[in-house]
Design a binder for this molecule. Structure first.
Ligand SMILES: Cc1cc2nc3c(=O)[nH]c(=O)nc-3n(C[C@H](O)[C@H](O)[C@H](O)COP(=O)(O)O)c2cc1C
Length: 236
């Protein structure tokens, strides 16, 4: 299984350890090949709002050099993992900065057909609050990229670092890692059998209607035309 791991923080704290436990369980089930990125080290830029990705193509983004390896690893992976600790009840700024750079992949612009067969995993930890909102920020991007099945593993660890996480909490996380790894493994092995998410089917159909009328962004429209999606072809 190919895994693209994108960490919204540079250190190996509670969120990283949680994620690593899941990866360890996955590697007991089969061969695992990881591409791992840490933010902001591997993508240190903020989106400048130049709209170049939308109108001229993502290859012209001023930060493409940093974004490209991450986007390529995601598109080559069976499993995409986004992780972030809760900062101010949401993802870290550096995770949000990456997600901003990947908006061109949203179904409202130029979704990559490869995304429709991906499994996603969101991992987050918090000292006490904000897990739902934080997971939702990362899940929204995956949903709008068209990821087929998305898992969420998150926990309130009552600690500022992994070394301070109480033993009973670590046991709970270890148990979740086993369960989640098995579910991910089954989904990746049988991605065809995973039901199409209703939201994706509805949103995709809505976008077909929008793109047929699209006279504001030829780059997006051509993408939809070239994939045959405006003449009845369906990617899922
Ligand atoms: C800048 C900053 C903001 C934080 N904001 C919150 C917060 O809003 N709510 C909360 O319960 N914990 C908050 N925390 C605590 C972390 O979410 C928590 O310790 C988390 O498990 C750290 O994960 P890590 O070890 O992977 O970095 C914050 C920590 C930092 C450094």
């Amino acid at each position: 299984m190919k895994i693209a791991l994108i960490h919204g923080i540079g250190h190996q704290g509670s969120t990283w350890h949680y994620t690593d436990l899941i990866c360890q369980e996955l590697s007991k089930l089969g061969t695992v090949e990881k591409s791992e990125f840490f933010l902001p080290r591997d993508m240190p830029h903020f989106c400048t709002g130049c709209y170049t990705c939308f109108y001229k193509g993502e290859e012209n983004c001023p930060h493409r050099e940093s974004v490209k390896p991450i986007a390529e690893a995601m598109l080559a992976a069976d499993l995409i993992v986004l992780t972030s600790p809760v900062y101010g009840m949401d993802v870290t700024g550096q995770m949000k900065a990456l997600l901003d750079h990947l908006c061109y992949l949203w179904m409202s612009h130029r979704p990559d057909p490869a995304m429709f067969r991906k499994v996603g995993l969101i991992v987050s930890t918090t000292a006490g609050a904000g897990l739902g909102h934080t997971a939702k920020t990362m899940k929204n991007s995956m949903k709008f990229w068209g990821v087929k099945k998305i898992f969420v593993s998150s926990d309130s660890v009552s600690a500022m670092g992994w070394q301070d996480v109480p033993r009973d909490k670590k046991t709970k996380i270890e148990q979740d890692a086993v369960t989640t790894a098995h579910r991910i493994y089954q989904s990746v092995r049988n991605i065809e059998g995973v039901p199409n998410p209703l939201f994706r089917s509805i949103f995709f159909r809505m976008m077909v209607g929008m793109e047929k009328k699209n006279d504001w962004n030829p780059k997006d429209r051509i993408h939809w035309e070239e994939n045959g999606w405006l003449s009845g072809k369906r990617p899922f």
